[in-house]
Design a protein around this ligand. Structure first.
Ligand SMILES: C[S@@+](CC[C@H](N)C(=O)[O-])C[C@H]1O[C@@H](n2cnc3c(N)ncnc32)[C@H](O)[C@@H]1O
Length: 294
């Protein structure tokens, strides 16, 4: 299976990095190493330290970037625990590209995809003791499920789908079973008007919930404020309004506390050209912040 992830807003990330000191770079969401590789290639003096909570991403990137020798180091960790990383206050740039990688989506056994059948897992790191998506559907009551679908997926039919899941005669354990249930539940004219796969929002909501993605982002922002190096550059690319709002709110608070300066009055978004060549980039938003030097 060929796995490829097209890095989103890469030129914009690189131009921020170019204009800043960039000897030591922290990649907090290594994924398939797209950002890291571009940095290693473009800035031959730089060292990149990458983390990911997904061990498959770590192994993939280690192999992909092995030719860079000791200029690159990969470490399996959740960015919510960033303050536990040794010398975390030694980097010039901290960058985070939130969400899922194409590898997670493409491998059916990971259970993230509404297009490939597999066990409904969705855990980025099975060792973190979180429930699989199938377990969440089995043990969570109808009202809470509807809330998850609405909050994390903005799914207008959240209650209808939650009710259908709870009424299902047998537990939903695979991605195909969940897709079929959604297709059978939503009225046909609604599905036709959606302009996207009818299961997309529910899959996104479950993934965010299973991996406590907003909780980890909150932990990261709290820790980063304290442990980022003086005069460092912080870059976030997010794909969900909840995440973007969190980043925006924290950057504003940091600026009000004179911790540094917001570099993006408005978030940068992909050009029409980028969206045309990589449709998955369409919801990307980049925000950057520079910590004060004193
Ligand atoms: C959009 S991908 C990053 C792609 C990468 N920039 C590239 O160009 O290949 C997001 C990655 O972040 C990782 N991730 C998500 N939440 C994380 C967390 N809390 N801690 C560490 N990694 C996380 C995912 O496992 C995934 O590999």
């Amino acid at each position: 299976m060929i796995i490829h992830h097209e890095p989103v807003l890469l030129n914009e990330v690189l131009s921020f990095v170019t204009s800043h000191e960039h000897s030591r770079i922290f990649d907090g969401t290594l994924g398939l190493g797209g950002y890291s590789e571009a940095i290693l290639k473009n800035f031959p003096e730089s060292f990149v330290f990458g983390i990911d909570r997904d061990n498959q991403a770590i192994n993939f990137s280690r192999e992909r970037l092995k030719d860079y020798g000791n200029r690159f180091y990969a470490h399996h960790e959740n960015f919510g625990n960033i303050d536990k990383i040794e010398n975390i206050n030694s980097f010039d740039v901290y960058m985070f590209d939130l969400g899922v990688s194409n590898m997670q989506i493409t491998i059916p056994e990971r259970g993230f995809s509404f297009q490939n059948d597999g066990y409904l897992d969705m855990r980025m790191n099975p060792d973190e003791n979180s429930m699989t998506a199938a377990e969440v559907l089995r043990v969570t009551d109808e009202k809470t499920l509807a809330k998850i679908f609405w909050e994390y997926g903005e799914e207008r039919y959240s209650r209808l789908i939650a009710s259908a899941i709870k009424k299902s005669k047998s537990p939903i354990t695979t991605t195909a079973e969940l897709v079929n249930l959604i297709r059978d539940t939503l009225p046909a004219p609604v599905q036709r008007k959606m302009g996207t796969h009818p299961a997309r929002r529910i899959f996104q909501a479950l993934r965010i919930y299973v991996n406590n993605e907003t909780g980890e982002l909150e932990k990261l922002l709290k820790a980063l404020k304290i442990c980022a190096k003086k005069n460092s550059l912080i870059i976030f690319v997010s794909y969900h309004s909840l995440e973007d709002r969190l980043v925006k709110k924290n950057f504003r608070e940091w600026q009000n506390e004179n911790l540094g300066k917001i570099l993006t009055k408005h978030p940068l978004i992909p050009s029409d050209e980028e969206i045309k060549s990589n449709y998955k980039s369409r919801s990307g938003k980049l925000r950057a912040f520079c910590i004060n030097s004193d």
